[in-house]
Each structure stands twice: as C-alpha cells, then as structure tokens.
Design a protein around this ligand. Structure first.
Ligand code: FAD
Length: 279
C-alpha cells in the first residue's frame, strides 16, 4: 500500500473480458492451482492504462463447476512483468491510447497473491466497485469544466451579444449547474456515511449515473457554444485558431466512454431498481 500511495506502483483493473462486461460473472479467464502457484490463461479487455501498470488486480475463474457463477471466481494480484503477459493497445475514437487488451498465456502467479478466500473474489470486486462508482461522479472536474464553459460562452457572440446572455442557452446552462450542485451535496452525504464507517452500497450507482450525464451535458454545451469551431480536430497552420475549441470534437468523442465504464449506466439503473428500490 505505501508504494501505491507514493506513486511507485501503478495498478490496473482486470475485470472485463470479450463477452463479459455487463455480464461480468460469465468471465472465462482461468486460474488453475498447481502447487504454490496458480496458472492463469485467458484475456482481459478495456484495461485502462495497462501499458503503464506494474500490477493488475484480476478476477479469474478458479471453479467452473459451481451452479452460481459468482461463486467460482477468485481475486488475484498479478505482476505485469510476469512471463506470458502481452498488452495490446486499443485506440479509441478520439485517437487516444488509454485502454488495452491483456493476454495471459500460462502465467504463473504465487498463491500468496490471492486476496480473500479462493472462490470468494466476487465479494472483493463488488466492494471495490462501490468505491470506483463514488469516484466516477467527478464533481470537482465538472465544476472546473462548468467554469470553463461559462468563460467560453462569455466570449462567444450570438447576434452581437455574448452567448451567455442568451436566455435559451442560460436556461440549459443553469439546469446543468443546479444538477451539479445537487450531485455535490449527495456526494457529500455519501462521504459522510463513509466517514461513519459505512462502505458505499448499491445506492452509490446514482452518483455514477448523474455524474456522467452531467459530464456529457457540459461537453455538449461546450460544442454548442463553440459552434463550427468545435468541428476541427487540430489547428490548421497560419490560421487564427482557438486551440481550446479545436480540441472539443475529440473530447466529445472521448466522453462517450463515461456512461459505459465502471458498469454502464443502464446496468447502474438495474442495480438501483433491484437493490435499492426492491423492484
Ligand atoms: C474507456 C473504458 C475504460 C474501461 N476500463 C476498464 C478497466 O480498466 N478494467 C475493466 O475491467 N474494464 C474496463 N472497462 C470495461 C467496462 O467496464 C465495460 O465496457 C462495461 O462494463 C460494459 O461492458 P461491455 O463493453 O462488454 O458492453 P456490453 O455488456 O456488451 O453492453 C452493451 C450495451 O448493452 C447494455 N446492456 C447490457 N446488459 C444489459 C442489461 N442487463 N440491461 C440493460 N442494458 C444492458 C449496456 O448498457 C450497453 O449499452 C472500460 C470500458 C471503457 C469504455
């Protein structure tokens, strides 16, 4: 833990596999116990920053015979320098390299790298996902982006007037700002629960849904504010170019991911319906 805290060890998360994203319990990467090692074989996908990671925490199938699929899964910590690991980049629609495929070809993992009990990894993953979803709300980032949006709308002109004075634009902007304030207060309520020793439960999914919808809404308003200047992907030489607006289209494309990662927003709604509302 101190090495993580000091930024000396960088970790990535190996849950999703081709065909096992929303239906994570169907995952197939196998770990077979052989003496004091597990031998891991399979593939992970969408692994964020795996190309920089020193370690990966992985969900692996240790027992395929269980009726309840969640009960045959274990949680392993794997050194990314282990022989048999290959990382292959996936380039996203904005041209960026954030995510990867990770292949495990008979990778030997010491048994002491098992977290919690064998076959009980699902419990560990669920606990961690609660914390991840708290983070995906990203209130601080959205507040900074909102300030940037306001500055942009103040310098863009519509019919000779700053766009920010246009009633229709103001209406849309204000709605997002109010939602963000409500999200911040809700986030603080969850943090207070955490401080009281209660880990995030299923209801934390609402932070993920609202937070990511707000992030996308701010991005869309930025595109509207920039108008045609939002379309260029990169500045053209010798043109009087606004470098901020020139990056907006790529950013807009990149932001499609936020309602997918950490469990898609549709899945979060299912979780709330089942675990919180009892539907
Ligand atoms: C940028 C990015 C980074 C990521 N980083 C990581 C990472 O570091 N580690 C990791 O393990 N994973 C990571 N993921 C994977 C992410 O968790 C999965 O993409 C996500 O869980 C969705 O799974 P899927 O892509 O297989 O889509 P699918 O599960 O195939 O879903 C496709 C669509 O169907 C919908 N859907 C599926 N099932 C249902 C249902 N029961 N009810 C209603 N709608 C449903 C989904 O909402 C989605 O819209 C990342 C993904 C992205 C895009």
């Amino acid at each position: 833990l101190p090495r993580i805290y000091q930024g000396e060890d960088f970790w990535c998360q190996g849950y999703s596999e081709p065909g096992s994203g929303s239906d994570l319990a169907s995952l197939k990467t196998r770990a077979v116990r052989q003496g004091d090692h597990y031998v891991v074989t399979g593939q992970k996908i969408w692994t964020t920053q795996a190309h920089f990671a020193d370690w990966i925490f992985c969900l692996v199938r240790t027992d395929a015979s269980r009726d309840k699929r969640q009960e045959g899964i274990s949680f392993l910590l794997i050194d990314m320098r282990s022989p048999g690991i290959t990382v292959r980049p996936i380039i996203l629609m904005d041209g960026g390299h954030d995510v990867n495929e990770v292949f495990f070809d008979d990778v030997a993992v010491p048994v002491e790298n098992l977290v919690h009990e064998e076959h009980k990894g699902w419990t560990v993953a669920k606990y961690l996902l609660g914390y991840e979803r708290m983070g995906t709300g990203r209130v601080g980032q959205s507040k900074r982006e909102l300030a940037t949006l306001k500055a942009l709308a103040a310098r863009q002109l519509k019919d000779g007037q700053p766009l920010i004075e246009d009633p229709r634009f103001r209406d849309r902007l204000t709605r997002v700002e109010v939602e963000l304030m409500a999200l911040e207060i809700t986030n603080l309520r969850f943090l207070d629960q955490l401080r009281g020793g209660r880990p995030p439960g299923a209801e934390v999914s609402l932070l993920k849904i609202k937070g990511t919808e707000i992030q996308q809404a701010i991005g869309e308003l930025m595109m509207q504010a920039a108008g045609p200047f939002a379309q260029a992907f990169r500045p053209v030489d010798n043109m009087d170019f606004d470098h901020f607006t020139a990056r907006l289209a790529a950013r807009y494309c990149n932001m499609r991911k936020v309602t997918i990662y950490a469990g898609s927003n549709e899945i979060q709604r299912n979780i709330i319906a089942k675990a919180t509302l009892g539907l």
